[in-house]
Design a protein. Structure first.
Lengths: 121, 124
């Protein structure tokens, strides 16, 4: 399965809205064009699935409990966090909405995993 | 009868597989796959139950399971800050759910209860 098909499946079964799917596809494009990271099923499934569901939550004003403190500290100490954080802040611009900080830390975990795989710091 | 458990979800898959095997013992055969492959194994009856973890418990852990198996076949057993009571987990098993998701940090609390419930169900 391709990453695009994953997003389409989530949309087709109603797990995510058309708007969320569109936002997710925008981010795939942004990652490739600005950050030179081509997201695939292999490297991006976790991040993109999490983002899509998080975006649904954000759209419904639903909150997620803060990330476990230990895990939050761990991700913020990760060598890939500064770049990961810049990318996530860039996503705010692409989406036109600031992703809540609570959601960003969860995304940061997956982003750091991605950047580790891609060898980008 | 050997219970076939497939680990899908997003994170800590090897740890989950180890815990499933630990609490299932000789009566359990566990495999690790991508979330989509794991959900397909349930759909095609290659596996009996799906377990998966993510950071929030019901999101990435179950997203593809829900997509392929339907929400009514899936249960979130924990989320950040909340683990469902043992009786609730047992009730989800008894109700026939086949896919279970939880927060990765709660695996060691959730899986003993879940595995006990699944094994007891299969005995009947």
């Amino acid at each position: 399965m391709k990453l695009e098909e994953r997003i389409q499946l989530l949309r087709d079964v109603g797990q995510i809205s058309e708007d969320t799917a569109a936002a997710t596809f925008k981010l795939l494009q942004r990652m490739a064009e600005k950050w030179q990271v081509v997201l695939t099923e292999e490297n991006g499934a976790m991040l993109i699935t999490h983002f899509a569901l998080a975006w649904e939550r954000i759209g419904k004003d639903a909150c997620v409990e803060p990330l476990d403190a230990g895990l939050a500290a761990e991700v913020q100490a990760d060598a890939h966090y500064p770049l990961g954080r810049r990318i996530l802040d860039d996503w705010d611009e692409v989406l036109g909405v600031k992703i809540p900080e609570s959601e960003k830390l969860y995304l940061a975990v997956h982003m750091c995993t991605l950047l580790t795989k891609e060898g980008k710091v | 009868m050997m219970l076939k458990i497939v680990v899908g979800g997003q994170v800590d898959k090897d740890k989950l597989a180890q815990l499933v095997q630990q609490y299932g013992g000789e009566r359990v055969q566990v495999t690790v796959k991508s979330d989509i492959e794991a959900a397909m194994d349930i759909k095609t009856k290659k596996a009996d139950y799906y377990v998966g973890a993510c950071l929030t418990g019901g999101g990435g852990a179950l997203a593809m399971a829900i997509a392929l198996l339907g929400l009514s076949n899936c249960a979130t057993l924990s989320m950040p800050g909340k683990i469902r009571a043992d009786q609730e987990i047992e009730a989800e098993v008894k109700s026939g759910k086949q896919a279970f998701g939880f927060t990765a940090q709660h695996a060691e609390q959730v899986l003993p209860v879940l595995m006990k419930g699944l094994l007891q169900k299969e005995e009947k």
